[in-house]
Design a protein around this ligand. Structure first.
Ligand code: DQA
Length: 144
């Protein structure tokens, strides 16, 4: 099974940005953690981060026919992007939405997730472990 892990804007700033909310682990450490876990559960993984909405759409489209699952943290685009929702719907690849923080306990503007409607699951508030749980969810989903 091949999984694409997509991180959106400001997630490259992990470890620096608001550590009380997002923790002190860096993006690079997160990628290492994801790769190690992927190896452990026997899945192939590709990790990408971009600050640009259109690039997220491009990456989702490029996964068509190549990837069996997507783990995505769209960052702030979660709360604004119909284009990312449409891209996930267009490719039809099982997708899990991840948020490091418990978005449901934060500001009102974070209560809306456009992408959620197209996802097979959502994990919030589990820190970076949420990415590992999302990969497991996709694997379980693929095995039926
Ligand atoms: C986030 C939550 C979003 O509201 C925020 O804009 C982010 C990170 C999270 O991982 O908790 O950039 O997706």
């Amino acid at each position: 099974m091949k999984i694409l892990v997509l991180n959106g804007p400001n997630l490259n700033m992990l470890g620096i940005r608001e550590p009380d909310i997002y923790g002190r682990e860096t993006y690079q450490t997160l990628v290492e953690k994801i790769k190690q876990h992927a190896q452990k559960i026997g899945v192939e993984v590709v990790c990408t981060q971009t600050n640009h909405e259109g690039v997220l759409v491009d990456e989702i489209q490029a996964a068509y026919g190549k990837m069996d699952g997507i783990v995505i943290n769209p960052g702030a685009y979660t709360h604004t992007s119909v284009a990312i929702l449409d891209a996930v719907k267009a490719v039809g690849i099982p997708t899990v939405e991840v948020h490091i923080s418990a978005v449901e306990k934060r500001e009102d503007f974070r209560q809306v997730s456009y992408i959620r409607a197209a996802c097979v699951g959502t994990i919030t508030g589990h820190g970076t472990d949420g990415y590992l749980e999302a990969m497991e969810l996709l694997l379980a989903n693929a095995k039926g």
